[in-house]
Write a protein that binds this ligand. Structure first.
Ligand code: KIV
Length: 284
């Protein structure tokens, strides 16, 4: 019997139980891999700006980008809950615009939840989106859409006061109805405190082992991103080097005339070929 696709209430019910494995995915093949590997939640993160589109941060990612990629992900996923990230300025300008944009991810793309970044100030937005029937995942700590204000991709919640602010944001978002909360780049003690305090699952990234689940970026797990990797990322395999070597071998074989061989070539039926050669050439 086909396994039922996980829902936001299923994920919320995992609070304090089996840990929740979350992976990002951005297109059909990455989503198929993440789903078949057993991810509980597949997040179409706006990290796609940096991972797939070559942008320096997530600020340039648009609703059109996110819808395009979320559609491809949803075509692949059979088991995981698909959560679409709301991009910069798609929910900050007004509550009604936030609801309309969140709805597009379900109606046009097939996602079954959205994620938005921000603290207690977004509680009314979360409530309004939820009232429209759209489950919301919160995201606090290092919220990349605030990179200009933070002055870079900097860990958050390092001082007592900042940690208290994060805890109070977490409470506000849980009370507003978020079904789960991403904690990004915060000290493990702060994440553990929030995890113990709130009634919804916390999903950590650079937030230590006590969270209810973890999220990593697909390309980081597989070593498909060249360059610097944050220290909290575990790269499970290096696919970049063998992938580059395979592509270089293809280029070399094409240049040397070694590809394609007979095994990769389809020849015409000899009778058809003879008939073809006997036919007069077409003249203009
Ligand atoms: O955009 C993203 O990929 C994210 C995760 C890292 C949580 O927000």
């Amino acid at each position: 019997m086909a396994q039922k696709q996980l829902t936001a209430p299923d994920i919320q019910a995992r609070k304090g139980g089996e840990k929740i494995a979350v992976l990002t995915a951005y297109d059909y093949p990455t989503a198929l891999l993440a789903d078949e590997a057993g991810a509980d939640v597949i997040l179409v993160g706006d990290s796609l700006g940096m991972v797939c589109l070559g942008l320096p941060d997530t600020l340039g990612v648009t609703m059109a980008d996110m819808l395009h990629h979320t559609k491809a992900v949803c075509r692949a996923v059979k088991k995981a809950l698909v959560v679409a990230d709301m991009p910069f300025l798609s929910y900050q300008t007004s509550v009604s615009e936030a609801v309309a944009n969140a709805g597009r991810f379900l109606q046009e793309a097939g996602a079954r939840a959205v994620k938005l970044e921000g603290g207690a100030e977004f509680a009314p937005t979360v409530q309004a989106i939820l009232a429209a029937g759209i489950p919301v995942m919160g995201h606090i700590g290092l919220t990349p859409q605030q990179v200009a204000r933070f002055g870079g991709f900097k860990a958050q919640g390092k001082t007592a006061r900042a940690a208290k602010q994060l805890a109070s944001d977490a409470h506000a978002l849980a009370e507003a109805g978020c079904f789960a909360l991403v904690l990004e780049a915060v000290p493990a003690e702060v994440a553990a405190h929030i995890t113990a305090e709130i009634g919804i699952p916390t999903i950590g990234i650079g937030a230590g082992p006590e969270c209810d689940g973890q999220v990593l970026v697909f390309h980081d797990v597989l070593g498909l991103c060249p360059g610097l990797r944050p220290s909290f990322v575990k790269q499970y395999v290096d696919l970049w080097t063998p992938a580059k070597n395979a592509l270089a071998a293809y280029c070399a074989e094409v240049r040397a005339g070694a590809f394609p061989t007979a095994a990769h070539t389809r020849r015409m039926d000899p009778q058809e070929l003879a008939a073809f050669n006997a036919l007069p050439d077409w003249e203009a």
